[in-house]
Design a protein around this ligand. Sequence first.
Ligand code: ADP
Ligand code: MG
Length: 461
Amino acid sequence: MRRYSIQTKIVLPFLLLFALVSIFVPLITVELFAWKYDEQFTRETQGWLNVIIETGFIREPIENIKQAYSVEVMIFGKDYTLNASTLTTLPDVEHNRTYLAEKLHLAQIKQNLESAGESHITRDVTLGGKPYKVFYHIMPLGRLYCMLRPMEQIAEARRTLTLYMLGLAILVIGLVAFISHRIGKNLTEPIKDLVGFTEQVADGNLDDQCEIKTQDEIGDLTIAFNQMTQELKQSRNKLIQAERLATAGKMSASFAHEIRNPLSSMRMLSQMLLQKPELTDDQTKSLQYILEEIGRIDTIVKGLMDFARPASLNLNSHSLDTTLQSVLSLMEANLTHHQIRLVIDFSPNIPEFNFDADKLKQAFMNIVLNAMEAMPQGGTLTVSTFQQEDNVCIRLTDTGVGISAEDIEHLFEPFFTRKDKGTGLGLANVKRVLDEHGGTVEIESTLGEGTTVMLCFPLRK
Ligand code: ADP
Ligand code: MG
């Protein structure tokens, strides 16, 4: 089946309908007027003829009648010979007796008049290429009196009117075609965009948004589609993240287990070696360096183990203030050392509620550490808590280096780090803890200005 675009489907039927209407309506109107006018004209001329007959004016020379009424007069004898005529401009052939009788249907007219018992009748006739309305009147001795009223001007007027009407119709059709084309285009353009965008989405590109060009149903459709694409993107990302987390969790658990034991032996042996009195300064330095690096590996391994820890929560009723405060007290000296001002704004109205204090402390600590690391030249860390409906939220804002838009999408991926000595497990752990609590983590950041991390989770009684 042929494919027609929506635009064609909208424009074509209307255009055809309009063309039909705008051509036929004027033509019918012209015909109707012509018919009415003709009727009026016939009645008027018939009136003249009646007056001519009744007043005996018919016996006057035909030239007088021509002058008085602007009509042509022809009188035919019983055998259709032309007795008299004011019409002198006929071509020679038409002056021929039989030809003229035939053209004016004289025999037929006479027969009609006689059989109907009428004295006059009207016919449209063309003579010398010009149209006439002919009024026949039967006279004594079978003669025929014909009064011819020229119709040329009327025919001309009718032709001109028809041409004007058709011209106007073509103009209007053109205009309608143009307008409906514009309307169709306006309607279908956003649909085409949307179709293009859908194909893009189908190809897996979920990053763009379709431009909303109209404030109508199509606009609503575009908004809904954009929203759907966005949600699709989010759920796809969540799925990828969940998958990565699961894999990383499994890997981390086995790695951590395998590394921890040899690591503690290495640490023990290094410490024992460090006790030896015969060590040179260089050897002592190297051993200290080894111990330092072992410490670093241990931190990573601990992070891995936290990350891989089973998801069971140890829920107990705690005070959120106290929990956060304990972490901050632990960090206080460190923050001061880094010239970071701490601003605390805890809501006084949050009651004690159920959460896993250890896990939350750890998540909170990871975020504070990140903030600290983001402000190497010092700055301000603001920590606030507040209640939002049935949720409790903790907001940490730093005035640090900020995060690029490109990085922000990867923050929760395990092992994603921009730090030389980072593990990339801090935020992955935060996410896991919040997920376990049925909560959310949101991070907003502006490069060079700072970062806000918001943790929200249900206030469980
Ligand atoms: P790590 O701290 O070991 O790098 P995280 O998961 O804690 O791993 O953080 C991942 C990355 O996110 C960091 O390397 C850093 O680039 C970025 N990041 C996290 N928090 C902040 C922050 N407050 N300011 C700037 N960048 C941050
Ligand atoms: Mg970190």
